[in-house]
Design a protein around this ligand. Structure first.
Ligand SMILES: NC(=O)c1ccc[n+]([C@@H]2O[C@H](COP(=O)([O-])OP(=O)(O)OC[C@H]3O[C@@H](n4cnc5c(N)ncnc54)[C@H](OP(=O)(O)O)[C@@H]3O)[C@@H](O)[C@H]2O)c1
Length: 250
C-alpha cells in the first residue's frame, strides 16, 4: 500500500490507521529524512519512500525504487491549495498545483495500475474534494484541479468495471489540517465569517477513508452541508451560483 503526502495532515492519519492493519505501508513523502515512526503497540513497520509529485523524474525514480515491493492499494492523497483572486495568483504556483493535484496523480497511477491488473488485484484511491463538485470562487485553480480528479476517477472506475482493480473516489470535506488553515487565510478578505469553514478531525476522516477502502466502496461522500453542496452541484448551476455567490465577496 502506498500513500502519497503522508508526512502530515490526512495522509499521515491514513498511514497511522493503516499501520494497525495486516498490510505493509509505504509512506510517500517529499522529505523522508523527516519521517516520524508510527508509534503504538499494534503498529507495524512503515517504510518511508521519497516522491515529489511535482517532478516527473521523482515519480519515475520512486516507482523504479519500489523494486519487488508490491503496491496493491495506491492512495493518491498529496495535494496543494491556492486561494485568492485568480488574476492575482502566481502562474508558477498554478503550474505546480496542477502538476501535484492532477498530472502527478495521473502519472503515478499509470505506472502502478498495470502491475495491479497483471496481479489481478488492486485499488486506486483518489483524494478529490468537495471543491471538485462545488467549484468555489477564490479557489478557481484548486477547484479545477479537483474537478479533473473527479472526472479521472469516474472515467477510470467505469473503464475498470470489468477488471479486478477498483477505484475509490474520496470527496473530502473541510478537514482540520494546515491546508484548511491556508484556506482560512486566503479567504479572509473574501468570506465574511471563516469560522463557518470548520473542518472535521483528520483522524476521523482518515478512519472513514480506511473503512471505505476495506469495504470496497466506490465513493466516500462528506456529510452535512458538503453533502448537500455535492448534490446541488449536479442540479441547475443557478443554485450554487446563489449560495456561493452570497458567501463570497470579491
Ligand atoms: N483539509 C481539507 O480541508 C481538504 C479538503 C478537501 C480535499 N483535501 C485534500 O486532501 C489531501 C490532503 O490534504 P491535507 O488536508 O492533509 O493537506 P496538508 O496537511 O497541507 O498536506 C498536504 C500533503 O501533500 C503533500 N504534498 C504537497 N506538495 C507535494 C509534492 N509536490 N509532492 C509530494 N507531496 C506533496 C504535503 O507534503 P509536504 O509536507 O512536503 O508539503 C503534505 O504531505 C489533498 O489532496 C487535499 O487537496 C483536503
Amino acid at each position: 500500500m502506498l500513500v502519497t503526502g503522508s508526512n502530515r495532515g490526512i495522509g499521515r492519519e491514513i498511514v497511522e490507521a493503516l499501520a494497525t492493519r495486516e498490510t505493509h505501508v509505504l509512506a510517500g513523502m517529499r522529505d523522508t529524512s523527516a519521517f516520524e515512526r508510527v508509534g503504538g503497540a499494534r503498529a507495524r513497520e512503515v517504510t518511508p519512500v521519497r516522491i515529489d509529485l511535482s517532478s516527473k523524474g521523482s515519480i519515475e525514480e520512486c516507482v523504479a525504487g519500489l523494486g519487488g515491493r508490491r503496491v496493491d492499494v495506491l492512495v493518491n492523497n498529496a495535494g496543494r491549495f491556492a486561494g485568492g483572486l485568480f488574476e492575482e495568483g502566481d502562474v508558477d504556483e498554478y503550474y505546480d498545483l496542477v502538476q501535484v493535484n492532477f498530472a502527478g496523480l495521473v502519472h503515478l497511477t499509470r505506472r502502478l495500475l498495470r502491475p495491479m491488473l497483471e496481479r489481478e488485484h488492486g485499488k486506486i484511491v483518489n483524494n478529490a474534494s468537495i471543491a471538485g463538485y462545488a467549484h468555489f470562487p477564490g479557489a478557481a485553480v484548486y477547484s479545477g484541479s479537483k474537478a479533473a480528479v473527479v472526472g479521472f476517477s469516474e472515467a477510470l472506475r467505469r473503464e475498470l468495471a470489468e477488471s479486478p482493480v477498483g477505484v475509490l473516489q474520496v470527496v473530502t470535506p473541510g478537514v482540520e489540517t494546515s491546508m484548511l488553515a491556508q484556506v482560512r487565510r486566503d479567504y479572509d478578505e473574501h468570506v465574511g465569517d471563516t469560522s463557518k469553514l470548520d473542518g472535521v478531525d483528520p483522524g476521523e476522516w482518515a478512519g472513514k477513508v480506511v473503512d471505505a477502502i476495506e469495504s470496497d466502496a466506490e465513493v466516500l461522500n462528506p456529510g452535512g452541508m458538503e453533502r448537500l453542496a455535492k448534490l446541488a452541484s449536479r442540479g441547475p448551476a443557478a443554485l450554487l451560483d446563489t449560495v456561493l455567490g452570497r458567501a463570497f465577496d470579491r
